[in-house]
Design a protein around this ligand. Sequence first.
Ligand code: DMJ
Length: 801
Amino acid sequence: MSATSSESFVRGQRLMLIFLVALCIVVACVLSTETTMPTQNMSNKERAELREEARAMFYHAYNAYMQNAYPADELMPLSCKGRYRGVTPSRGDMDDILGNFSMTLVDTLDTLVLLGDFAEFEHAVKLVIRDVQFDSDIIVSVFETNIRMVGGLLSAHILAEYLQKHADTMHWYKGELLEMSRELGYRLLPAFNTSTGIPHARVNLRLGMKDPMLKKSRETCTACAGTILLEFAALSRLTGDPIFEVRAHAAMDALWKLRHRGSDLMGTVLNVHSGDWVRRDSGVGAGIDSYYEYLFKSYVLLGDDKYLARFNRHYNAVMKYVSEGPMLLDVLMHRPHAKSKNFMDSLLAFWPGLQVLSGDLKPAVQTHEMLYQVMQMHTFIPEAFTVDFQIHWGQHPLRPEFIESTYFLYRATGDHHYLQVGKKALKTLQQYAKVSCGYAAVNDVRTGKHEDRMDSFVLSETIKYLYLLFSDPQDLIINVDEFVFTTEAHLLPLSIAQLGNATFSFRQTDEHNVLDFMRTCPSSNKLFPEKVRKPLRNFITGSCPRTTAGKRLSALDFQASNADHLRAVYDMGITMVSVGDRSQGKVRLFHSFYNAKSHEEGEMGLQFMQEMLELTKMQSINQLAQLQAVAYATDEKPQDWIALMAGPSHFSPELTGDQFVQGDLILAKPLRACDETLENAEEAKGKVLVAERGDCTFVSKARLAQKVGAAALIVCDNVPGSSGETQPMFAMSGDGKDDVLIPVVFMYSMEFGKLSAVMQRRKQPLRVRVMQMVEFKRWQLAKEQRQNQTASVAQKPDKEL
Ligand code: DMJ
């Protein structure tokens, strides 16, 4: 090997190592220096103006709903009409939220009181009493109905009585809303008749669990079953009927028993009859989020230490296994050192708010800062984003979680940074989500395209938290500190605990002393949010401070197998943590100024991390190996195959080595492939089916393709102009089941466009091969070599002549 080629070989080796080492990088710098960037203070005038802008936003959305959609559950802001269950075309499971019970109005009642609009509150309460009924043959989500409807009715009832007392109004009100919530509570109760006491996910409002469609019901999510207690306890305490609270406590107790005894973590999906876990991913986002919230808030509302002890046990486990610097990454509950996902979902943005309430301010500041940067990078926080902050799922339904955390951080710290963050969030909504008829969800943050959807939480949470952020507590009619905010931001008074409940005696149990967890907030004159935030400020786009100091180890030269390098990196304050299966050699890096040997080495560490970050912008070797190919030959040159890049899926079998699936291409009818079957099911047998992304999950499209006998499925993107050349390829996620046996790949629009153009040009069906890209390349190479050999053999006699 020549000097140059051995040098480039070594460099190549190093790069390989770097790619593996730097699969994901976190610059979790924790500075303890005195240098802090001043936060721009917000004047009282500007803050008041923003509060009024939030109020105007509320009325823009509320009036649009009331004038164009009420009594429907939701407003469809693009078509400017109401969304009714059974009338408006179905969106599948997503519609379980709707019960034709005027959900948006019920969910919004208490916001009217916070805004001080007692007249409209009174009017709205009268409408609800007059119009809303629950005796419908409709299957609804128990969780959603509880948090939005039961919670909305209870909170409105409490505030109606409050106004009677303190604002000398609504004297006609005689507890009708409480009666309605009791009736609705009874309609949800059949869901709790399971052997474990953990409620079913769905129930028929009229038939209970007797609906034949619910016969096979068995799976629910942890958050679905664990987000009942606040509302049900309030319901029991206010009505004097203990059944609700009894059932909700039992569900919480049953869930607690299912924790992994080694890790103290919970999964996200379980079987309500057997108590077996169906999905063992454990994080703080989708599927589990509000379970943690309700453990902590049940302690706050009901004063039962048991819930604090349980929360602390889980919290400790989350901080040990899930939290990595400012990031929160799912692990497997039974193998907590293995990361189970390489993306985060936007629902986890509630976590910093919960951390503030529980007194752990520092990680709250860090995670919030990371989320703020994700938001600035993509305008809105996308539904899911990868560890390198690329978009995994670009939707944004105007969720409240990030603003909720911003509000709690502001209340805890008084730091005007959070007012500035709130301002940015508010202005973004105004600029990109406001339409003439309300606020529209964003279908894809890359394109800004709207969706005909305004969820009820936009009014009940998103705008409510914005309004609260810009209000002075003394401007509000109620003292919010005397209330607990439910997960849907409904207000339940702390005084509820005093109403007592004979069914429960809150004795000290062994659990209480399980964990000696720090609960005190940092003292207010020593708050550190800016110091904690500053190092994270350049977390994504970053330019960390450079130093001109002497010789240092650069990321490019770094070799993970070199002990000196490892020591140098350690001295720079960098820690390495193995991620996932150790055998894959994936490592995550953390940098902390606290751990650096000297200030200078700390600076070097920052620079090193920055270099690593730049290197990882390139696609990792790992990803390359996973890249799939959809290959075809043209009519003109039937021997020459062309391959278009495609992404793999987590739920279908991997095509390895020289395996491939071949078949004629056929488009699904309807193209989204979300229905029970396909119009062209017969034709699709044995073919490579194409379905468009959207309306239902990737895996449900795959199951349908498999059901009709397709040989493979290609899911093509629904975002015009998207391409694997300009954005990272990703692997489609499933739901944890292994029932898909055909290969399923994803193609961005530009790549699929090429395939579709060839398909349309041809008279005959287009035959394609789905295979690994690496294998395709190998196949081509072998072919070329063969051709070259034949050519040289053919040329030989000539030469010899
Ligand atoms: C809300 O309905 C609640 O906050 C729930 O706990 C999670 N999802 C939505 C908002 O994103």
